[in-house]
Every structure is written in C-alpha cells, then in structure tokens.
Design a protein around this ligand. Structure first.
Ligand code: PAF
Length: 283
C-alpha cells in the first residue's frame, strides 16, 4: 500500500499504471473509515487491478462550520484499516490547499434538477462541493470505475450525472447500504452518537422497513403522515424530512404510477448529529 499526499506524485504513479494497462478503481472517502467503506474497497479490488482510496475531508461540501469542525479525523487508524486489507491500494491524502490549489471554493453544477431535491434543499451548496471535489479527484486519478455507497443515494445519482457530463466518463458503481447489527446505516457520524442512542437508532431503519410494508396498500400521503407521527415527540430523534420519490429523477411522489421504482428517504437529527437513510420500496 502506498500513501501519497501530493498531486504530482499521484499523477506520476497513475500514468505508470495506465501505461501498463492497469484497470484503476477509486473509492473516494472523507476518512473515519468503517466497515461500509472497507466493503467498497473490497468490491473495487475484486474487479480492478489497483484501487485508489482518497481520504480527504472536503471543506466545500459542509454547509455548517460546526459540522466540518466536528467531523471525525482519524487518518492514523484509517490507514491501518486499509493496510490490514492487504490489497493493492494507493491512499491519497492531500491537504485542502494542495487539492484546491489554494482556492477553496466550489464550482456550480447543474445535475438535471437532482441537486434541488432533499439534501440539496436542506444543505445548500452541498452538491456543488461534492461535485467540485469528485471532479478534481476523477481528473487526477482517471479511474475506470468508482464505487459509492447507496446510503448517499442522491449523491450516487449526482456523481453518475457528473461522470456523464465529463470528457472521460467513469463507470460509477453503487453498492448496497452497509448496516450495523441493529440496522443503523453505517456512517462516520455514528461515532459521535452515545452508545445508548446508537442502539436506539435502530428506530430509523425499522421505521423505513414498516413504510416499505405499507407501500403496497397505503397511499404516499398516509405513509408520510404515519411516519411523521412516529417521530412526533420521539425522545431521541427529530425528523428533518421524509420523502417518497421516484428512484431515477428523485421527484417527490404524491401518487404511485405502475412500472416506476420508488424509494423512501429520511433525514433525522439526534441533537446536532445528522443521520440519513433510504430504502427501495417496490424493487
Ligand atoms: O460520501 C462522501 O464521503 C463524500 O461526499 C465524498 C464522495 C468522498 C466527496 O467528498
């Protein structure tokens, strides 16, 4: 495993690999690696000759300074976890000044309206930040395939769109949500929950599973009202949004149409910690 901090060193290594015909996979992360990330790296290594894992907390995708400040920074244990996988990896860990050429700002993107739904409404500028950093990473690494978790389903669709818009499209592969034993979707932010709340957080996935059960027989309105009631007055979790949307355009749905795939999306706060999850409802 090689650890690289500078862009010039990375592009040097990449051009050697490309000249040898190596198939390059990429897993972009913001560190605080957990089993979900490691499973993305394993899936990438299973079908690529070498995998570049970036560990970079991207300042431009945070809409709140406190969220950026509180984001876990665990580079030492991240690199140990990756080393233990014993795979052909390159870990890219630039500073913000290095990656952004001292100009830490976002480019503005249009992703066919995907950027205005859900996370886009509640975290203004978030997807411009994600698009900016992923574009920079793809340009440097030129991966053949890139792997993203379906926990950030909206991000996954946006990155697919970003890749289609680029001159060198990357095959963007979505991987199933990795869950803790109690069903809580794995996230670096889970580390900040107290052990009791982390256990109680099974409630989020359980509620989504019940919504999925109801989807066959109840209307979108009924399910939404039921779910909002479940969260009303909940001692630990405050609902930010719950939305049922079509799985491609992410447009909120009020009436189901036959032949379409739907997903339910949720964002919840526990004190200042924001958790998101989603579930396929009819496929
Ligand atoms: O999903 C994440 O961790 C980040 O949004 C990503 C894709 C690494 C970009 O910073």
């Amino acid at each position: 495993m090689q650890i690289i901090k500078e862009k010039a060193a990375l592009t040097g290594v990449i051009s050697t690999l490309k000249s040898k015909g190596f198939h390059i996979g990429m897993v972009p992360t913001m560190g605080a690696l957990h089993e979900g990330h490691l499973s993305l790296v394993r899936q990438a290594a299973a079908i690529c000759d070498v995998v570049v894992v970036s560990v970079f907390i991207n300042p431009t995708q945070f809409d709140k300074a406190t969220d950026l400040d509180n984001y876990p920074r665990t580079l030492g244990s991240d690199t140990s976890k990756l080393e233990e996988l014993n795979l052909n990896l390159i870990v890219f860990t630039p500073t913000a000044a290095e990656l952004y050429n001292d100009n830490i700002t976002s480019e503005h993107f249009q992703f066919d309206g995907l950027e205005y739904e859900m996370e886009g409404k509640y975290r203004v500028g978030h997807f411009d930040g994600v698009g900016t950093v992923v574009k920079k990473l793809f340009e440097l690494v030129q991966p053949d395939k890139a792997f993203f978790g379906e926990k950030d389903y909206q991000q996954l669709l946006i990155i697919k769109k970003l890749s289609q818009l680029s001159h060198h499209p990357v095959e963007v592969i979505g991987c199933p949500i990795s869950r803790e034993n109690n069903g809580l979707a794995r996230s670096s932010r889970n580390e900040r929950l107290s052990p009791e709340i982390r256990l109680e957080a099974s409630f989020i996935h359980e509620t989504l599973l019940k919504a999925k059960d109801k989807f066959g027989t109840e209307s979108v309105n009924q399910i939404t009202q039921w779910l909002e009631n479940e969260f009303k007055g909940h001692p630990y979790f405050k609902l930010e949004y719950f939305e049922i949307a079509d799985s491609e355009g992410l447009k909120p749905v009020t009436k189901k149409v036959g032949g379409k795939n739907y997903r339910a999306f949720i964002a919840v706060y526990s004190e200042d910690i924001r958790l998101i999850d989603n579930i396929a409802l009819n496929y």
